[in-house]
Design a protein around this ligand. Structure first.
Ligand SMILES: Cc1ncc(COP(=O)(O)O)c(C=O)c1O
Length: 423
């Protein structure tokens, strides 16, 4: 049976929900990134590594809400912390100690985070980090990298539909891991440069780590030109106890965080040098206004704290081992069977490329629908673009099963004509 027919046969309730959803929500859901053709499975509930869809199909979830659920679904420690907080109230027009505790915990993990503020999403975190850099430097130009994803506010979406053309003049895109190309891309505009923002490990652009040498080069370049260096670690933070910056040994001026620090709830953060972050000190005249009804929300902060408590350095060592096991397993199959595929792994983050996707690594824009669909049929859930994050609760057996499923899927999609293309 063609994959698409198989999927349609297994997911009638998801299909009905999708059709119903499109009558209220354009595209059937509120998140561009979770759409996949012909429609995504609608989830009923999640439990540990597994999610159950409304048709009763069960998937081992290696996406974990785009790498944010590092402990899996409904982890008992997180459920207990959240329940306790909800009983005490869910949100106040006043600060709480929970927010302070989370700030302190993040500072313990990231020495560069001298001060930190919370937001509800990574989009807001990068927006405010950039605003801080502009306020501090008095400059407006921002540099980013090919394949980068920093959320959806106007500046980082410059050049796309609905964003005024004027935004494109305020941001410059630089080549990845190419010091000469970076210098050339900035030439003549250095004095206007407020910040360089980079994901030290790219997520959406394919899981790829910038070399320590490249990050060190950016550090000295930013210093040379009086600009700030921002590490967007919204995904990358999970690659080590001190994030990607600890792994690379390079200290940014500002860092953005999200995903795992909210323990599965809506929370993100930005922070860094105290002198820069002081632009938000409400006690100072002229400070930047940073409102947000749910900023530092105690329920999300409690979930984040409970999650980080489960992540001592040994947890990252375990995640690294599971990541190595996944890479070795998939790479072995690709090599043995001469498949047109590739696997990239950094810590517990992974990206599987198939067929034409391999050549798209440089731009980071590619979707291989058959890979996603094939893995769904195997009972595994990843991003439609073949990316995911291994949760701490996965066992070596889960990894081995996942490797075998990736192997079967790659063989299936590379040896039979594409069901989707044909339909
Ligand atoms: C590196 C990076 N920056 C920013 C964002 C935006 O975060 P959010 O989706 O919470 O707005 C994401 C989300 O995937 C991300 O991966």
């Amino acid at each position: 049976m063609a994959m698409i027919d198989d999927y349609l046969a297994r997911t009638p309730r998801s299909r009905a929900l999708f059709e119903r959803a499109t009558r209220s929500i354009p595209g059937g859901s509120t998140r561009t990134t979770i759409y996949s053709a012909p429609y995504p499975p609608y989830v009923a509930y999640g439990e540990g590594l597994r999610i159950h869809d409304v048709d009763g199909n069960v998937y081992r979830d290696f996406l974990g809400n785009y790498t944010s659920l590092i402990l899996g679904h409904a982890h008992p420690a997180v459920v207990a912390a959240v329940t306790a907080q909800v009983r005490r109230g869910s949100a106040f027009g006043a600060p709480t100690e929970t927010e302070v505790e989370l700030a302190e915990e993040l500072r313990r993990r990231l020495p560069a985070l001298e001060r930190v503020r919370f937001t509800n999403s990574g989009t807001e975190a990068t927006m405010f980090a950039i605003r801080a850099a502009r306020a501090f430097t008095g400059r407006s130009l921002v540099a980013r990298f090919q394949g980068a994803y920093h959320g959806t506010h106007d500046l980082v979406m410059a050049g796309t539909t609905g964003v005024p053309e004027v935004m494109s003049g305020l941001i410059v895109e630089l080549p990845w891991d190419d010091p000469d190309g970076v210098e050339a891309g900035l030439r003549g505009r250095e004095a206007d440069l407020a910040a360089i923002i980079i994901e030290p490990v790219q997520g959406a652009g394919g899981v790829r780590a910038a070399s320590s040498a490249f990050l060190a080069f950016l550090r000295s370049l930013a210093d040379r030109h009086g600009a700030l260096l921002i590490f967007d670690e919204i995904i990358a933070f999970r690659v080590g106890p001190h994030g990607a910056q600890g792994r690379a040994g390079v200290r940014p001026d500002l860092t953005t965080l999200g995903k795992i620090i909210g323990g599965g709830y809506a929370l993100a953060a930005f922070g860094g040098r105290a002198d820069v972050m002081n632009v938000f000190d409400s006690r100072q005249p002229g400070s930047i206004s940073h409102g947000g009804t749910f900023n530092g929300n105690p329920v999300a902060a409690a979930a984040g704290l409970a999650t980080l408590a489960e992540l001592p350095p040994a947890a990252f060592e375990r995640l690294d081992r599971l990541g190595d096991r996944l890479r070795a397993g998939v790479a072995g199959i690709i090599e043995d069977e001469h498949l047109a595929a590739r696997v990239d792994v950094v810590g517990s983050l992974f990206q599987v490329w198939s067929g034409a996707g391999i050549s798209a690594v440089a731009t980071g824009v590619d979707v291989v629908p058959e890979l996603f669909l094939g893995l769904l049929l195997e009972g595994f859930y990843v991003a439609p673009r073949g990316m995911g994050g291994i949760p701490l609760i996965a066992t070596e057996g889960d990894i081995d099963d996942f490797v075998a499923a990736i192997g079967r899927t790659l063989r299936r999609i590379q040896r039979v004509p594409s069901a989707i293309a044909a339909s």
